[in-house]
Design a binder for this molecule. Structure first.
Ligand SMILES: Cc1cc2nc3c(=O)[nH]c(=O)nc-3n(C[C@H](O)[C@H](O)[C@H](O)COP(=O)(O)OP(=O)(O)OC[C@H]3O[C@@H](n4cnc5c(N)ncnc54)[C@H](O)[C@@H]3O)c2cc1C
Length: 326
């Protein structure tokens, strides 16, 4: 029996959300009296495997092959399947990223396992794993209890804090992949990393988002959003209305049909606060809303309300942060 955590990595860099899940897995393993196993899949994954040991994994399995250079569901599911068997895993956890959610769901289906997607908490109750999920913009929190011997869950980024880095005490074991390239039906014809250095929305501690309120001058409005985001080392978010209008690409969309985020600080500029937007950011720790309409629904959820034109308020905020942050 063990808790197996898939450590998602891109080009040799692990996602912080995977470390958050590993840290929580350590706590759960202590409660369940079992061990924590990390799994790193890819090509050239030794450095990430060593990092996983320093983040507290008792054992790290690696599955390395040119076939696994980039994420593809079929070979990654095969690699995860062999790690489940090798580790005798009773729990499989992934970060609830796009890949993590898909992989968890696929493997759960293959194995007939109980699955909870995008959980916000995990705990041991009566000697068994239980999860907590939120729905309807955080208005409903429900518990999930698993049936079956194998339990699978994907965990929302930033649901748990980053674990401390310590001395590596465990061991790394290499597993081999049963598939060869000819077996894989998905083919990647091109791979480009978009905007290196850009802060990822799902991992961001601070997000500055813009909405249709920038319509008077969208280019300037989103430049002001980006300027404030730059100053705060924050990610840039957007409402669907802003994305649909072509002000920013879809990858910035927050909400029901965009990304779910849970930053420490969410600054919403010119966003009305539709239920579908709140579905993606309603659990942010502190929400600051800038809107010129004092009756905008976003103010019902905001901790701080700035009733003003965003074209005035955003530069004023940037100016003030510049002074204070040097
Ligand atoms: C199935 C479905 C899924 C959806 N998924 C999403 C989703 O994932 N994410 C999402 O965001 N939406 C989603 N929507 C759309 C959602 O319902 C809203 O239409 C959208 O969120 C509105 O975006 P907005 O707040 O930017 O625009 P609006 O609702 O038009 O609000 C603009 C706000 O800006 C304010 N404003 C205007 N000018 C200024 C100014 N100069 N300074 C300050 N404030 C100003 C206005 O007072 C207003 O409150 C979805 C809808 C459906 C039906």
């Amino acid at each position: 029996m063990s808790i197996l955590v898939w450590i998602e990595q891109i080009e040799g860099k692990a996602l912080s959300s995977s470390w958050e899940v590993l840290g929580k897995a350590k706590e759960l393993a202590a409660d369940l009296g079992t061990s924590t196993v990390a799994l790193v899949i890819g090509e050239g994954v030794d450095a990430v495997a060593q990092e996983a040991l320093r983040y507290g994994a008792d054992t790290v399995y690696t599955v390395a092959s040119p076939v696994l250079k980039q994420y593809r569901l079929q070979p990654y599911a095969a690699a995860l399947g062999s790690a489940i068997d090798a580790a005798g895993a009773s729990v499989v956890l992934t970060a609830a990223t796009t890949h993590g959610r898909t992989l968890a769901a696929f493997v759960a289906c293959q194995r007939g396992a109980g699955i909870a997607s995008g959980v916000s908490d995990l705990r041991v109750e009566g000697g068994a794993l239980a999860a907590e999920r939120s729905a309807f913009s955080g208005n409903i929190i429900h518990d999930v209890h698993f049936s079956g011997d194998l339990k699978v869950a994907s965990v929302r980024p930033r649901a748990f804090s980053m674990p401390e880095v310590g001395e590596a005490a465990g061991e790394v074991k290499a597993l081999s992949l049963s598939l060869v390239e000819g077996d894989v039906r998905e083919k990647i014809t091109d791979f480009r990393v978009a905007n290196l250095g850009e802060v990822s929305l799902t991992d961001a501690r601070i997000i500055v988002s813009g909405g249709r309120g920038v319509a008077a001058d969208p280019a300037k409005g989103f430049q002001l959003v980006a300027d404030l985001a730059d100053l705060l080392s924050a990610a840039v978010g957007a409402s669907r209305a802003a994305v649909d209008a072509g002000y920013v690409p879809y990858k910035h969309q927050v909400g029901q049909t965009g990304k779910s985020v849970k930053p420490d600080l969410y600054i919403a500029a010119g966003i009305s606060g539709a239920i579908q937007h709140l579905a993606g950011m309603g659990e942010s720790k502190v929400i600051v809303a800038i809107n010129k309409d004092p009756d905008a629904p976003i103010f019902e959820r905001a901790h701080y309300a700035i009733v003003d034109d965003l074209f005035t308020a955003l530069p004023a905020l940037s100016e003030e942060f510049k002074k204070r942050l040097g």
